[in-house]
Design a protein around this ligand. Sequence first.
Ligand code: ATP
Ligand code: MG
Length: 578
Amino acid sequence: MRYSQLLLPTLKENPAEAEVVSHRLLLRAGFIRKLTSGVYSYLPLGLAAIRKVEQIVREEMNRAGAQELLLPVVQPADLWKESGRWEKYGPELLRFKDRHNRESCLGPTHEEVITDLVRMNVHSYRSLPLNLYQIQTKFRDEIRPRFGLMRGREFIMKDGYSFDIDEDGANVTYRKMYDAYHRIFSRCGLSFRAVEADTGTIGGSFSHEFMVLAETGEDTLAICKSDDDKCGYAANLEKAAGAAPRPAEPEVEMLPLEKVETPGKRKVVAVTAFLDISPKQLVKTMVYLADGKPVAVLVRGDHEVQEVKLKNMLGAVEVELADDKQIFDATGVPSGYLGPVGIRILVVADREIAVMRNFVVGGGEKNYHLLNANLGRDFEVDRIGDLREVTAGDRCPHCSGELEFTKGIEVGHIFKLGTAYSEALNATCLDGKGREKHFVMGCYGIGVSRTVAAAIEQNHDKDGIIFPLPIAPFKVVVLNLSPDDNEITSAAEQVYHGLREQGIEVLLDDRDERPGIKFKDVDLIGIPYRVTVGKGFAKDGTVEVRERRHGLTETLPLADAAAFLVERIDRAMATPNG
Ligand code: ATP
Ligand code: MG
């Protein structure tokens, strides 16, 4: 490809609307342009990078025995009503009516459509396991589309769905997908980590997220740092559990409940300072609205409620913290003084509360707290479980290692769905004994466009993108620094053609621009290798080969350049993130 003919509108300045590096660089490098909120056009180089990721995904999905198909973007509401998600999915589902007044939606995901397809067409265990995938544009009306391709409303996803006759089969398929995802992100040249994940609105029993490690990631990962690193526990903070609290020491005697005046002290810091106790000796009573209904949540003073865990415990679609007025309306107690003793709304507690003795709680009236409260003696709770967020210093639930935190970008998510959808849609087939069985399903997503953005978040410097070789839109760029000099021009053409003949994707910068501009542009677009044909060639017939990531350069005779690069690229592709 010749740069002079390429639609590659690079920008000198940082676009004001772009908050994160990948968004900034994708715009500046001329890879994407925004059409409207969360909706982008992919320009040729942006599309080329996306296609690279797609190709790796395809090869590995096919290798794992999955088959590619393509499902419709427009989906009828009836199917979503059958699965129960028409009500549950919320406003991310873009709904509309067609000219016949039929309700429809744009597909944010395809469990309903694929389950319908399979129930109509697969009737025997002999056709199983069946694993189907597509690479397609999805639409989700995200509440806050942001960060360019990281969280769009329209984006490209690979979504796959598996159908097995039983749990054992589904577990084998899940494992295959887990392994395939490892190969996919390794082959993309990314540094990533698989973590245990929450199952979200899709539901199901078991799931892992694949996270590209990057400081700008929206997700926090808790990773076990056991000495030998053997444990391997890693989980999304939404799901991460610390080691179970140690049971209360039986010899700690329960002291008499005592009401004390705590004038104007509402916050944990103020109350504990006033009473001269540690926040670990206090239990705070937080009020949430779970799908509109108030619920009191008890956690230790130094802990925070993990809202995803709360949502799961309550089976709620949305939970949000109540404001002062909502707290007073629900309990009759001003915020800051609420406690579990005598409270009349639903109460749930973090499991830590069960092992605490003689703690401080809100007094249930303005300016008062209670000392020496104890679960079981002074109050009961409706449900108890792991509700808090793990913090630095917490111990791993599997070994005694300490948990550490790091940031990641979710690029893939695999779920074991079980029979949730096959039961809802009554999708069955006959097993080997002629019995009718619901398919045991799994689903497997990869954010293809987000993967390109995540690769940039992880791989860039002040000059621009540094593409991992396997997903770079071109592997080499040849710079002709003097397009008006015939000798230099024909030397540049020679390298360019030499590389093309060897099957290397190469861009020839044949533009009539100053060298400074060319150097800046090719650094910005992040092509892994650059060959410069200029003064050196005029002097002694040499060209300069430079690799983008470390800036290492070699000066070579023109005739050797192509072979040198082919060898380099073959070697690097064999260990993409080595
Ligand atoms: P998130 O928590 O980031 O919203 P999700 O759990 O909703 O993601 P899934 O439903 O599992 O995502 O979708 C599969 C994959 O699609 C995700 O792992 C992610 O890489 C990608 N993805 C999801 N939402 C978006 C989006 N708005 N823009 C770009 N990619 C997305
Ligand atoms: Mg989402």
